[in-house]
Ligand binder design. Structure first.
Ligand code: NAD
Length: 297
């Protein structure tokens, strides 16, 4: 069993760290919010990020965005300086591809093996240990990380070299943001045309309009009883996080010179939705409210 430093014990990191404890690892954790460290049962509290990393065989970071990861890894009292050569760093935060690649180069210069390994599956997946990991980095780092990732996830895919895990994550979430808007527009239009939501679902979920946003996360209450629409759009995956990921996709598209007009439009739509009070914390499927308000049945 390994000694693992865990930094960022929030909604996702907390349950992920608990699963590492359950698997028998010695986990030393740090978060800026003290109560988050206390809530992670079985995790030994560290005084700082560097303290959690020092002497660790592996460090996992689960932080909000690229700037936090850069600060924690390479800032004053940073983790990379505290890690032993040959140790593994798994960054599971969703961040921009460019920062992920920079951090891998900084780690390599210190003899640390770094993987970008963002996840999908949400808080439920983190708690159940069934996350999907999209992993970028060397074969050597991936082979070393695999047993640790297996303790937190069910589907683990090596997507290629450094940054490719983040690339996979933002491409996937761009599809998701666009498809949720399309599904929402269709249900709002159906209501306007006098077509019952359940009838549209019965037809489209078995026709060419079928997609995950409809069959797993249907944005109207009724057809999919487990979808957030049935609990007043309590998140799930917040609209704010969807907006963050769509912005990351746009940044990456601009850097790579890729044409993503629908991705750009989706970022605009989620920006508009999140600008209205209270919406950012709702589930991202709540975006249907935008079309229902403008298009009342
Ligand atoms: P969160 O805000 O609940 O947790 C982040 C934690 O990082 C917080 O506890 C915060 O105090 C801590 N933190 C911030 N700066 C720090 C620092 N300098 N040192 C130590 N701790 C610090 O966020 P979350 O929902 O756990 O998401 C984490 C990452 O996972 C994000 O990048 C998010 O996009 C991604 N993600 C989230 C979900 C989800 O459903 N919540 C799903 C997939 C991916």
């Amino acid at each position: 069993m390994a000694r693992i430093g865990f930094i960022g014990l929030g909604n996702m990191g907390g349950p992920m760290a608990r699963n590492l404890v359950k698997a028998g690892h010695e986990v030393v954790g740090f978060d800026l919010v003290k109560t988050n460290i206390g809530a992670a049962a079985g995790v030994r509290p560290a005084a700082s990020a560097a303290d959690a990393a020092s002497g660790a065989d592996a460090v996992v970071t689960m932080l909000p965005a690229g700037a936090h990861v850069r600060e924690v890894l390479t800032g004053k009292g940073g983790v990379l300086a505290a890690m032993k050569p040959g140790a593994l760093l798994i960054d599971s935060s969703t961040i921009d591809v460019a920062t992920a690649r920079d951090m891998e180069a900084a780690a390599r210069a210190k003899g640390v093996l770094l993987l970008d390994a963002p996840v999908s599956g949400g808080v439920g997946g983190a708690e159940a240990g069934t996350l999907t990991f999209m992993v970028g980095g060397s074969e050597e780092a991936f082979a070393k990380a695999r047993p640790i990732l297996d303790n937190m996830g069910k589907t683990i895919v090596h997507a290629g070299g450094p940054g490719n895990g983040q690339a996979a994550k933002i491409c996937n979430n761009m599809i998701l943001g666009i498809s949720m808007i399309a599904t929402s527009e269709a249900f709002a239009l159906a209501a306007r045309l006098g077509l019952d939501a359940q009838k549209l679902f019965d037809i489209s979920s078995k026709s060419s309009g079928q997609c995950w946003s409809m069959t797993s996360y249907c944005p109207v209450p009724g057809p999919v009883p487990t979808s957030p629409a049935n609990r007043n759009y309590k998140a799930g995956f917040t609209a704010a996080m969807m907006l963050k990921d769509l912005k990351l996709a746009q940044e990456a598209a601009a850097t790579a010179g890729a044409l993503t007009p629908l991705g750009a439009e989706a970022a605009q739509v989620y920006g508009l939705f999140c600008a209205q009070a209270g919406n950012a914390a709702l589930d991202f499927s709540g975006v249907i409210g935008l079309f229902q308000e403008r298009n009342p049945a």
